[in-house]
Design a protein around this ligand. Structure first.
Ligand code: RIB
Ligand code: CA
Length: 317
């Protein structure tokens, strides 16, 4: 079983990544760390706690982290996820306490105590991880794997034509993380190619009538509307869930590209742009593993298994 910390800007699709990670028998979630991103920080904290309550997993600690990007002004995505992040304005009031230790200290303490054993699943802007990398020069050796949902590799972004939301919100952090750490990357491109739950899968999920499926039924509405209006797609893109599923199940990774990655941190047209380079222009090692294709049917099966209350990997049996 792989030990993992989930770093999240908890809104709709983040909740589904938490469902997958917490339901899997292949992962042990050590803690959830919160980072500024999708919606108001306090709402994200409550959304994460609510998701743990739905799964009856409030044993997992929630550690609060960066409430704004490293240098840029915070930008939200309430237009995509609803004001509160879970499909509408309402924010849960869970009454669950956050852990005392802040997110970055928790990440560092956990990986230092168990070198090479704990992975990171990063499904929001990379501010917390960048701060951890700044404080710990040996972070790349101390972590096991670093999985990142972010970027748009050789593909249009979803905030600007150049950039995907997580990398656009905090491009300085994304630049730092991709420079310091070897990551597995699930980007917006593979999300639109293989990480969209079709209408049939959405309807099957809703019919499951489990607490997790009920949560999905609530949060999926804005994703359906966003995909229809912005991308002409009849389905629900699940970027964070796809990253979690690819981390859990190597079996569904159909194509992985080893490449040098860099991010443009400058303000302007290419802020947050993720550059993949095989020409040697970057003078960087090809240490990023970009997931370029995923078995989309298997992904949907994993997703539904987790919502049904089973370990997602049982869908592969
Ligand atoms: O671009 C998609 C990413 O931005 C996802 O992590 C989503 O939750 C938002 O944070
Ligand atoms: Ca996210």
């Amino acid at each position: 079983m792989d030990r993992v910390i989930v770093d999240t800007d908890t809104a709709a699709d983040d909740t589904q990544a938490l469902v997958l990670a917490l339901r899997s028998d292949r992962l042990m979630v050590e803690g959830v760390t919160i980072v500024a991103g999708n919606v108001a920080f306090d709402a994200q904290v409550e959304n994460a706690k609510h998701t743990l309550q739905v799964l009856d997993r409030t044993d997992v600690p929630i550690h609060e982290g960066a409430e704004r990007p490293l240098l840029k002004e915070w930008s939200h995505a309430t237009d995509v996820h609803g004001e509160g992040g879970l499909g509408g304005g309402a924010v849960p009031e869970t009454g669950v306490d956050s852990a005392d230790e802040d997110a970055v200290e928790f990440i560092l303490e956990t990986v230092r105590a168990s070198p090479g054993e704990v992975s990171l699943l990063c499904i929001g802007p990379l501010t917390n991880v960048a701060l951890a990398a700044a404080r710990e020069p040996d972070l790349d050796e101390l972590v096991d794997e670093v999985w990142v949902m972010g970027g748009a590799v050789d593909h249009p972004g979803n905030v600007t034509p150049a950039a995907e939301f997580n990398f656009w919100v905090d491009p300085d952090a994304a630049k730092r993380v991709l420079g310091d750490l070897s990551v597995h990357l699930v980007d917006w491109g593979v999300t639109l190619r293989d990480g969209v739950l079709g209408r049939d899968a959405v309807d099957r999920a809703r019919a499951l009538e489990t607490p997790a499926a009920d949560l999905f039924g609530t949060v999926v509405e804005p994703a359906l509307a966003y995909a229809r209006e912005q991308h002409g797609i009849d389905g629900a893109p699940q970027p964070d869930g796809l990253a979690a599923a690819c981390m859990i199940a190597p079996e569904i990774r159909e194509s992985v590209r080893e490449v040098a990655l860099a991010v443009d941190e400058r303000e302007g047209l290419t802020r947050g742009f993720s550059l993949a380079d095989e020409s040697g222009t970057l003078d960087r090692s090809a240490d990023a593993r970009v997931i370029e294709a995923v078995d989309r049917e298997a992904f949907a099966d994993l997703f539904l298994a987790a919502l049904a209350g089973d370990p997602p990997e049982t869908a592969l049996d």
